[in-house]
Design a protein around this ligand. Structure first.
Ligand SMILES: Cc1cc2nc3c(=O)[nH]c(=O)nc-3n(C[C@H](O)[C@H](O)[C@H](O)COP(=O)(O)O)c2cc1C
Length: 155
């Protein structure tokens, strides 16, 4: 904790005040006697005090033979608990692939945002496809918007 807190304090000092600071945590080692959620909540409270804006909540894959229940959203409960108990914004990550599920994580108050890893590597236009899937107008980047407009106009 001491190393992370010292690094965070220094980074917050040199970052412009309007620039958000995210910290990624491994919320648990998934082993008895290892780093756990309770300690992560204590750490998250201290990070909040130092001006951290969001905890990006992952979990550890460092300890050999740890039994990790890898499946859709398996780390989301950690993001939810830290958000609730430490009163800080969180990001949920891990096997989040479907637009509906990503949306639910946010609308149910489990996290303030979701972070998409491998699915975004498979489909770099994931966010555009997700918005279409949810019947929302995609947030086209300005140059892309010209292409969409022309298509709508049948050019
Ligand atoms: C190519 C690749 C590199 C990654 N590098 C890191 C890393 O350096 N640090 C880290 O905490 N997570 C790293 N991750 C994990 C991702 O940030 C993310 O947490 C993980 O892929 C789970 O999310 P996903 O299921 O949406 O991919 C990496 C993932 C991939 C696919």
């Amino acid at each position: 904790m001491r190393l992370l807190l010292e690094v965070t304090r220094r980074i917050r000092e040199i970052l412009p005040s309007g620039m958000p600071l995210f910290v990624r945590l491994s919320a648990t080692d998934w082993v008895e006697g290892g780093w756990d959620l309770k300690q992560s909540m204590i750490l998250s409270c201290e990070l909040k005090e130092l001006g951290v804006d969001l905890i990006d909540v992952s979990t550890g894959g460092l300890v050999p033979h740890a039994r990790i229940p890898v499946q859709t959203g398996y780390q989301v409960p950690f993001a939810a608990k830290i958000r609730e108990e430490a009163g800080i914004r969180t990001g949920a990550v891990g096997m989040i692939k479907e637009a509906e599920y990503a949306n639910q994580v946010i609308t149910r108050g489990c996290a303030d945002l979701v972070l998409i890893g491998r699915e975004m590597l498979r489909d770099p236009y994931w966010s555009i496809h997700a918005r279409c899937h949810l019947d929302e107008e995609p947030n086209w980047a300005l140059p892309y918007g010209y292409a969409v407009k022309e298509r709508r106009q049948g050019k």
